[in-house]
Every structure is written in C-alpha cells, then in structure tokens.
Ligand binder design. Structure first.
Ligand SMILES: NC(=O)c1ccc[n+]([C@@H]2O[C@H](COP(=O)([O-])OP(=O)(O)OC[C@H]3O[C@@H](n4cnc5c(N)ncnc54)[C@H](OP(=O)(O)O)[C@@H]3O)[C@@H](O)[C@H]2O)c1
Length: 315
C-alpha cells in the first residue's frame, strides 16, 4: 500500500510517499481502510522532533482518522450497539499518537480507539473531528469545569478548536464571549457566541464589561498579553489554555487557577460528539481536501505559517 512516512525527524523533506506492507491487525485491533486523515499542528511537531511523543521510526503521521473497518484482529467483534465493531463499519478515531497514523491507505488501530462515524457528513470530513473536538471539550468541561449559567471568554475562537469550543459551551448553557478577527467573526457568531470582540481593532480588556468564570486561550499571543488577560477572570475562576508551548498564567492572590490542556483520547466523549454532529448541534468543516501525495507540501506550508481551518488528507 501507499503511505507517507518519515524515517528520521527533521524538516518536511523527511516525509516520503512510499510503498509499505499492508499492516495486519493484532489482538484487540482492527484494520481500517482510510477515508482520510486530518492534519494537526502536532503532526508537524512530531515530524520535526519537537514533541516528546515516543514514535518508532519510520513513522506514519495522521493520528485523526476516518475510514471503514476492513479486517478484525483476535477478540474484536461483538454486538452492534454494544461497542463492537464489524467489517464494513464506518469509523473515526483519535489514534494513540505514538502509533502509525492514517496518512496511508490502511491503518491498524486498537478497536477501543474507534467509534462509529457520524452519518450526516462525508466520511473523509469526519477525520477532522476527533482530537480537535475532544480538545475543546476537555478544556471547557474537564479542566474549566464550566456549568450552565457561567461565562467563558474564548480567546482565538475563530480557529478549529475555537468554533467547536464556542458551540459546545453555548449548548451547555454557558454565556460565550469570543475574540475573532473579521475573517472568522461570522463563523464564531454562527457557532453561537453571544459577544464577539475583534482583537485586531479593539482592546479586549476594555471591551469585556463583566468578568468570566473561565478564560480559554487558543491563540498564539505574547505571554505578557496572556498574563494581562487574566484580569478578565473573576476571583476563584480558571484560566485554561491549549497553547502548551507557553506557560498558562493564573493569579494565586485571587484564587485564579491555571491549567494547560494535553488532549487525551476518550471514546465515550467522542461518541457523544458524533451524536452532536448528527443532530446538527456541531458543525464539522473540512476547509481543504488534499491527496496524500501532497502531504509533504502541506507540512512545508505549516512550517511557514498558520494553516487556516482543517485540512483532510485522502489516500
Ligand atoms: N494542547 C493540546 O492538546 C492541543 C490540542 C489541539 C490544538 N492545540 C493547539 O491549540 C491552538 C489552537 O488550535 P486551532 O487548531 O484552533 O488553531 P488555529 O485554527 O490556528 O486558531 C487559532 C486562532 O487564534 C486567532 N488569533 C491569532 N492571533 C490572535 C490574537 N493575537 N488574539 C486573539 N486571537 C488570535 C486566530 O485568528 P483569527 O481571529 O483571525 O481567526 C485563529 O482563529 C493551537 O496552538 C494548537 O496547536 C493544542
């Protein structure tokens, strides 16, 4: 089969589109015929050797996948509706990051990393959901502990994690204040934000007139700026950030805690997120679909600057 792999860490040129043996599923695993894998910034981080994730080389990137179950390993199966998987099931998953990913025609995965795919959106686009939507969920509810009636400020709401975060918070009855530039403000409003502040023209600190319970930062802002934004959080509130490359500030004197998200797989949550997609409560947007042969070029683009929206990669 064809796959993109890197045999050593380094720049995008280490990625090779090559022939690889088709993998066989081990006990507790299934093989998936890949519909798409999604590109995440962490894929470029692992390829570059910047992330402390113990991949075995050569490594296939693409830990967010969608596809169709093609073969079952020992001990996999079971009744439909009881979490069992069958050949032919359309599935999505956030695969363990150290394993080979879905930038290939086939990938093997632990059966418990996969859930049935949403039925209301194209299967390749569904690869864009798993780790990103889980990141938003874990930030808001596991670390932020937001509940109905509370207020959240989502800084950087116009990105992929941000629009999921706005939609999930709104659906949970949380009042959402969001920052977005003109290019993304319509999407942030459509996701359900109650207030949208244009961070390119407005001083966010003076634009927010009531403090929030949780500040969720998703934007690559200056650390001093991030510390200043903590003033938006009420005493005893929380600062949560996905931007793990810088420390998350809190304010001990006011009891404002700080937490950084490191997204982890969660099958039950992912199943819930799939239901929200199928009920129309959560929109999944693949902004670009590219062939697998173009994945090295996408990494080059990512190294040069931000990739807007979610790109899915089709073998
Ligand atoms: N730790 C984890 O487990 C984990 C998991 C997933 C993602 N992440 C990280 O989380 C971050 C967000 O991910 P993403 O995919 O949503 O990224 P993204 O699509 O690049 O979105 C970031 C957003 O921040 C906005 N922004 C840029 N500069 C800003 C500023 N000065 N003030 C306010 N907003 C600003 C951007 O512009 P506009 O306002 O113009 O739209 C963009 O919408 C990334 O750093 C990603 O690597 C971490």
């Amino acid at each position: 089969m064809k796959a993109v792999r890197f045999h050593e860490v380094g720049g995008p040129e280490v990625l090779r589109y090559e022939d690889v043996d088709q993998p066989a599923p081990g006990a507790g695993e299934v093989r998936v015929r890949v519909a798409a894998s999604a590109f995440n910034a962490a894929d470029a981080g692992m390829r570059g050797g910047f992330l402390p994730i113990p991949v075995v080389l050569p490594h296939v990137p693409g830990y967010d996948v969608s596809g169709t179950v093609d073969a079952l390993g020992e001990g996999v199966g079971g009744a439909v509706g009881e979490g069992g998987l069958q050949v032919g099931d359309a599935v999505i998953g956030f695969l363990p990051m150290e394993r080979d990913g879905g930038a290939a025609e086939y990938v093997t995965a632990p059966a418990d990393a996969l859930v049935l795919a949403p039925t209301k959106i194209p299967l390749p686009d569904a690869a864009g959901l798993p780790s990103v939507a889980l990141t938003a969920w874990q930030a808001l509810f596991d670390l932020g502990e937001l509940t109905a009636g509370q207020r959240v400020m989502v800084n950087g709401a116009g990105g992929v994690v941000g629009t999921y975060a706005v939609a999930l918070a709104k659906r949970a009855g949380v009042h959402v204040v969001a920052t977005a530039s003109p290019r993304s403000s319509a999407a942030v409003r459509a996701a359900g934000a109650d207030e949208v502040v244009d961070h390119t023209t407005t001083d966010v600190l003076s634009a927010v007139d009531e403090q929030v319970d949780v500040l969720l930062n998703l934007a690559p802002i200056d650390p001093d700026r991030f510390t200043a934004l903590v003033a938006l959080v009420r005493d005893g509130g929380k600062v949560v950030s996905t931007t793990a490359f810088m420390a998350t500030p809190g304010d001990e004197a006011r009891g404002v805690s700080a937490a950084t998200v490191f997204v982890v797989p969660n099958r039950d949550r992912l199943t819930e997120l799939v239901s929200l997609v199928d009920s129309g409560d959560l929109q999944v947007e693949a902004t670009r679909r590219i062939p697998l042969t173009e994945l090295p070029a996408l990494h080059t683009e990512a190294d040069a600057g931000r990739i807007a929206g979610k790109v899915v990669v089709l073998p």
